[in-house]
Design a protein around this ligand. Structure first.
Ligand SMILES: [Zn+2]
Length: 121
């Protein structure tokens, strides 16, 4: 039942990679802006690099605040029956208004459940 144990590890890895990339890009951007004294076109490159660093760090930050999803794997193929959904944390039945939705928040314990359809083959 606990198939989602690896997702938090990969998320942390992505966060570390993102922070490292942001630091490297930010450093390069500062270097380019400093070097713009000799070539003004480097200023543009520096600003672009710093902008990229900001975007990556913002994405990495958003990854950390995201609620921990519980991945529910489905052995049955075909459409998901909403009455079969149960909260993996407290066992309460989960209501799914939209059958295409991938995330349901448990009304009992407030945990976010990520629905992952996994065919048997
Ligand atoms: Zn629950």
């Amino acid at each position: 039942m606990s198939k989602g144990s690896g997702s938090s590890t990969s998320l942390r890895f992505l966060l570390i990679v993102g922070v490292l990339a942001a630091v490297v890009l930010g450093f390069l951007g500062v270097m380019y802006i400093l070097a713009a004294v000799y070539a003004p076109t480097r200023l543009v490159t520096g600003i672009v690099l710093i902008g990229l660093a900001l975007v990556i760090s913002a994405l990495a930050y958003r990854g950390t605040v995201k609620p921990k999803p519980i991945v529910v794997s489905w052995s049955a193929s075909g459409p998901i029956k909403p009455e079969e959904l149960k909260c993996p944390s407290c066992g309460a039945p989960l209501k799914v208004e939209d059958p295409r939705t991938t995330r349901v928040t448990c009304s009992y314990c407030g945990k976010t459940v990520e629905i992952v359809e996994e065919p048997k083959w």
